[in-house]
Write a protein that binds this ligand. Structure first.
Ligand code: HXC
Length: 510
């Protein structure tokens, strides 16, 4: 028996060594952790239970029978994050470059199936040279199986991808279909075709980092949701994110202990909005002051900064926040911000996370670049996302809510539950200057008359009371009491239930 136990330990030790000490050293030399080190940091200490540690590939082409490393380049299993179950796969670059064989993909599929069955998130750590070249179509078939599971799991369990090395070619489409993608600066990249092919086909000279590194994908393409300095930071931030999320779509988000009085009054908010309606202010200040303990988990912080998306907690319960940012493009909606916010709203709705929308929006950004690139369709995404959402929705208009953007941003007309406005709110078809120039065109040459018309318009419309007279705003509230009002509103909506008409699926404008 002792021999057998020793044999088991020896086999385990060999499997744990992956591609061997030299390759582990090389991995460390690049500032990257190994697949197992990453899993250990991601999960609660000692909670990891591994599956399929001894699985090997079955390929005999190219003398592959002589190279059969245990585990086949991916570490899979489950464990806990602050006590809650998650399933994990972590590609091991030290084993055949983390390349995906038939058996490698089967290991990933196994844990995805288990995650779906047991209603727990899937976290995938990607560090791979792509399809195992020696296996040809068997490898491609494996990817296809993973993709199909990504699609089936979408909206059922949260799926989170960490890119911690190469992720290229068709392989990018698995993370692309997950809910969140996190990258590590300088050691990860994602692209459909790499720099060499780009050079051959388009004659563009670009490095892997420029083409598909963390900065590119968080600032330009919006493929990734955040970029971190190193593996350790990225893994810690994923743990933090998981704490905000429900484990599946049938469960409410977790309730965490909170030490912040929900009735907390914030007198400083009374002066957040400047006297001059064209002076910007930082909407993040409001978010931080509303949140329990000021804790805000921002998603896509570096992209489309004119809109802010992320998670806070109120009375310990997760709330998704969408907020215009007057500091950037005056908080206008445009293509990028509409897409960013629409995707966030849909994630929250799929996973029963209530939505808080903070509004200061002067309208959609004008211009040919926006129109030619289809702002009509992209803006419609956000409208559609709010209109189909059935989660509790609370809206606070701090200042401008003009035109189409007023309707799009969680208005009463799109079934928002509580619509509050600050006394500084201006709800109108457009700003006073623009409106005056249209309806008093005949007086355009007379500065005095135009000034009078503008001031009349401001007096008539630049306030929240016209909308509140019609019930489009439920109440005009004191800025200082916003946290209390919003927390009470969400508390009253905990049992909200809305029926949607039967459909196979919707046809959101893509
Ligand atoms: C088999 C692979 C491999 C692969 C790397 N290796 N990629 N083995 N299939 N796809 C092996 C290498 O042979 C090497 O083995 C070890 O992994 C480490 O690779 P290196 O090249 O030494 O590492 P590095 O210099 O860091 O370069 C990493 C790399 C490069 C940029 C990823 O390995 C590379 O270009 N690999 C091929 C990438 C590729 O074309 N993949 C197919 C893409 S198409 P030894 O034993 O020498 O250490 C695709 C389609 C998916 O993925 C389709 C889904 C629908």
């Amino acid at each position: 028996m002792k021999d057998i136990l020793e044999q088991l330990e020896d086999r385990r030790a060999a499997a744990r060594l992956g591609g061997g000490q030299n390759r582990i050293d090389a991995q460390h030399g690049r500032g990257k952790l190994t697949a197992r080190e990453r899993v250990d940091l991601l999960l609660d200490e000692g909670s990891f239970e591994e599956f399929d540690m001894f699985v090997t590939h079955r390929c005999t082409d190219f003398n592959m029978q002589d190279q059969k490393p245990a585990g086949d380049g991916v570490v899979t299993g489950w464990g806990t994050i602050n006590g809650r179950v998650v399933y994990v796969f972590s590609q091991d670059f030290t084993v055949l470059g983390g390349s995906v064989s038939e058996t490698h993909s089967k290991k990933i599929c196994k844990i995805m199936d288990m995650a779906m069955q047991n209603g727990a998130p899937v976290i995938g750590i990607n560090d791979s040279g792509g399809a195992r070249i020696q296996e040809g179509v068997d490898s491609l078939a494996g990817y296809g199986e993973v993709f199909q599971r990504n699609i089936m799991a979408s909206g059922v369990v949260p799926q989170i991808s960490l890119i911690m090395g190469p992720c290229a070619g068709g392989a990018v489409y698995s993370p692309a279909m997950t809910d969140f993608i996190f990258m590590v600066k300088d050691s990860s990249y994602m692209f459909v075709t790499g720099p060499d092919v780009v050079k051959t086909v388009t004659n563009e000279h670009v490095s892997a980092e420029e083409l598909g590194g963390a900065t590119t994908h968080t600032r330009k393409s919006s493929v990734a949701d955040a970029a971190f300095e190193n593996d350790v930071e990225a893994l810690a931030e994923v743990r933090r994110l998981v704490d905000f999320l429900p484990l599946n779509n049938r469960e409410k988000p977790p309730v965490r202990p909170f030490f912040d009085d929900p009735d907390r009054i914030e007198p400083s908010l009374d002066t957040l909005v400047p006297d001059n309606p064209n002076t910007p202010y930082d909407m993040k200040e409001l978010i931080h002051k509303l949140a329990d303990e000021g804790d805000f988990y921002e998603i896509q912080e570096e992209f489309a900064k004119n809109i802010i998306t992320g998670f806070i907690r109120l009375e310990g319960r997760t709330v998704g926040v969408v907020a215009n940012q007057p500091l950037v493009l005056a908080g206008c909606l445009d293509i990028d911000s509409s897409r960013k916010a629409a995707r966030f709203v849909r994630f929250c709705d799929a996973f029963e996370i209530p939505l808080l929308t903070l509004i200061d929006v002067p309208g959609f950004l004008p211009g040919t670049s926006q129109e030619y690139a289809g702002v009509i369709k992209h803006g419609a995404k956000l409208l559609y996302a709010y209109g189909e959402a059935t989660v509790p929705m609370v809206t606070v208009i701090t200042r401008k809510a003009y035109g189409g953007a007023y309707v799009v941003m969680s208005s009463k007309h799109l079934r928002a539950d509580f619509n509050y406005a600050w006394p500084t709110a201006e709800i109108a078809v457009m700003g006073a200057k623009g409106a005056t120039e249209i309806i008093h065109r005949a007086d355009l040459g007379d500065a005095e008359k135009i000034a009078q018309h503008t001031s009349d318009y401001e007096e008539r419309f630049a306030n929240p009371f016209v909308a509140s007279e019609r019930g489009f705003v439920d109440e005009v509230i004191q800025p200082r009491s916003t946290r209390k009002r919003v927390a009470r509103a969400f508390a009253s909506l905990r049992n909200k239930s809305v029926q949607m008409p039967w459909k196979k699926h919707d046809n959101i404008p893509l």
